[in-house]
Design a protein around this ligand. Structure first.
Ligand code: SF4
Length: 571
């Protein structure tokens, strides 16, 4: 039977009862809006300067480790991924007969007490941290999402955005499947639950769902016994596999069996002592259980990967490894390249904490201009809330960053930041540095101009709000009040990141990355119904094909396909 924990936040559901178990508590219940997972609206960020940036998506974590405290492993994994989302956090645990979920609004530390973690016992778990927006603080949109359709119980954590869920949601509702939120992630959860219930095989439910959904997704999922991880055919959002080693010396204090971890970034493997094994491949489904680890190509991989290159620019932690190269090294190289592309005479190079620091070091190294600290970040201002007025937004910037007057007074500065989106933060930064006595302020950005909105899990403004879609570089320079301004070229950025997968076009420019927000070359087509109003008149995205339509009855038309189970001997 389904049962609640005393605070009403956590629900558990046992497979035997066939009942629903996915509802929450009162706080924020009626808030509406979409987080970056949902891909529509919102604002806010924690890292770097303030709200003038592409906004973070989410972080996912999964663990299969029968001898260990999987809830605490998930807790620490999510702590390492907290930079990817701060609005809500959640962990679901499977113990062989039950799936339990606890989730709530807030940082991971605010959501989970030691006592909470002690109640989440089992052999496997998934966890999620969600990007925060002003209008999307709803418990219902927090993850993991739980789906209980008859005797099928699953919990899913999703990073990314699905672009074609409106019609799929309508079809599921017509079939009597209930929804608690307007989240695309919940549509995926309910689709998987629906197909699994029909076919009696979770792998098939996942595969059929992957055939239908479009967009960027990295998902981890559990039922009572098995952990699953799967990724969209382009591999837009990151997902890595790690192994928890078994005790080597038979010490009874240590787990005797190895365990497995899946996570958005390798920094989440490091914190729990797991070794990186490999990336989950585009289109792959991984199943981890007592029977071992099994891989299936759930849907065909795209001819070439399209990993989000903004992970290396800004989103990922610098100590994470992506494509075999540390994010720190990528950012350092971006700074070096920027110094070659946009040199300037100056006395000191400073970076905007945190993501602007490695490229500032690289710029200093390449240019020979000394690197120095010029901006101190107040690490205890947890976030720049989305303020209703520009004046209050500006206060948010000042609360987070303070200039080091002694270091910068009278100096010609090169200031490195990861991106300029609306330009509002940079206006305040340049002003602060001049008020602190800087003789000159030369702004250098270690990414190209953000001209196009993102549809794959990153929350960008409508195109009309992107300053580079509206002004020339010289006009932006004048607007922010800098002495000079330059952006890294697309070619320069791509030269600093490792090749992903095998190049299919003999030296093609993308090297396996999505660069759509710089170039307008969108790897996955966007339906007319999904956010095309984000584009300004006269802007025609490149490579924007007509999306494959979802048929009127695609959910019910899917026939049972046992080919995978036959191939793998699964009953
Ligand atoms: S459009 Fe930009 S932010 Fe979005 S997935 Fe592509 S590279 Fe990343």
């Amino acid at each position: 039977m389904a049962s609640d924990f005393s605070d009403g936040v956590t629900r558990c559901a046992k497979r035997e009862d066939g009942g629903r178990a996915d509802v929450g508590r009162a706080g924020g219940r009626h808030a509406r809006g979409r987080c970056a997972c949902d891909g529509r609206t919102g604002d806010g960020r924690v890292d770097s300067a303030a709200d003038d940036a592409l906004h973070e998506e989410c972080g996912v974590f999964g663990v299969w480790a029968p001898d260990r405290d999987v809830a605490r492993l998930a807790y620490f994994g999510l702590k390492a991924l907290q930079h990817r989302g701060q609005e809500s956090a959640g962990i679901a645990v499977g113990d062989g007969g039950t799936v339990m979920v606890r989730k709530d609004l807030g940082l991971i530390d605010q959501v989970f007490s030691d006592a909470d973690l002690s109640t989440l016992t089992g052999q496997l778990a998934v966890g999620h941290v969600r990007y925060g927006t002003a209008g999307a603080k709803s418990w219902e949109a927090a993850q993991p999402h739980l789906s209980t359709i008859n005797d099928v119980i699953i919990a899913l954590a999703h990073n990314g955005t699905l672009v074609n869920t409106d019609e799929l949601r309508r079809q599921l509702i017509d079939l009597g499947v209930p929804f608690l939120s307007n989240s695309d992630s919940e549509v995926a959860t309910k689709l998987i639950g629906y197909f699994t219930q029909r076919t009696k095989h979770l792998r098939e439910g996942i595969r059929k769902t992957m055939e239908l959904i479009r967009g960027g997704y990295a998902m981890t999922l559990i039922n009572e016994q098995a952990l699953y991880a799967f990724r969209d055919p382009y591999g837009i959002r990151p997902l890595v596999l790690g192994k928890l080693p078994a005790a080597e010396d038979g010490d009874s204090q240590e787990p005797a069996t190895e365990g497995w971890i899946v996570a958005s970034e390798t920094c989440a493997l490091d914190i729990v002592g797991a070794e990186y094994v490999r990336d989950i491949r585009p289109g792959e489904i991984l199943r981890i259980s007592a029977e071992g680890l099994v891989s299936e190509q759930g849907v065909p991989a795209a001819a070439e990967s399209a990993e989000c290159i903004f992970e290396q620019v800004y989103f990922a932690r610098p100590d994470s490894i992506m494509g075999g190269k540390s994010v720190y090294a990528c950012r350092y190289d971006m700074g070096r390249r920027l110094a070659l592309e946009a040199p300037v005479e100056a006395d000191m190079v400073i970076g905007v904490p945190d993501s602007g620091l490695p490229p500032a070091e690289g710029y200093a190294h390449e240019s020979g201009i000394p690197f120095g600290e010029g901006l101190i970040k107040n690490r205890y201002v947890a976030r720049t809330f989305i303020q209703p007025t520009q004046e209050l937004r500006a206060m948010g910037v000042r609360m987070k960053l303070n200039p080091l007057r002694d270091n910068i007074a009278g100096k010609r500065l090169v200031v490195i930041d990861d991106s300029i989106v609306r330009g509002t933060t940079m206006v305040q930064l340049v002003k602060m540095l001049r008020q602190a006595g800087a003789a000159e302020v030369h702004v250098r950005i270690n990414s190209p101009e953000v001209v196009w909105p993102c549809f794959y899990g990153i929350d960008t403004d409508v195109q009309a709000q992107l300053i580079s879609a509206n002004k020339s570089v010289e006009e932006i320079r004048a607007y922010i009040g800098a002495d000079s301004l330059a952006f890294l070229s697309v070619e320069g950025l791509l030269a600093c990141v490792p090749q992903i997968g095998e190049p299919v076009c003999g030296g093609c420019a993308e090297r396996g990355y999505c660069t759509a927000c710089f170039t307008g070359v969108y790897p996955v087509a966007i339906p007319d119904s999904f956010g095309r109003d984000k584009f300004m008149p006269g802007y025609d995205p490149l490579n924007f094909t007509t999306p494959e339509p979802v048929s009127g009855h695609c959910v019910t038309e899917k026939e049972r396909d046992r080919s995978w189970e036959t191939a793998h001997g699964e009953a």
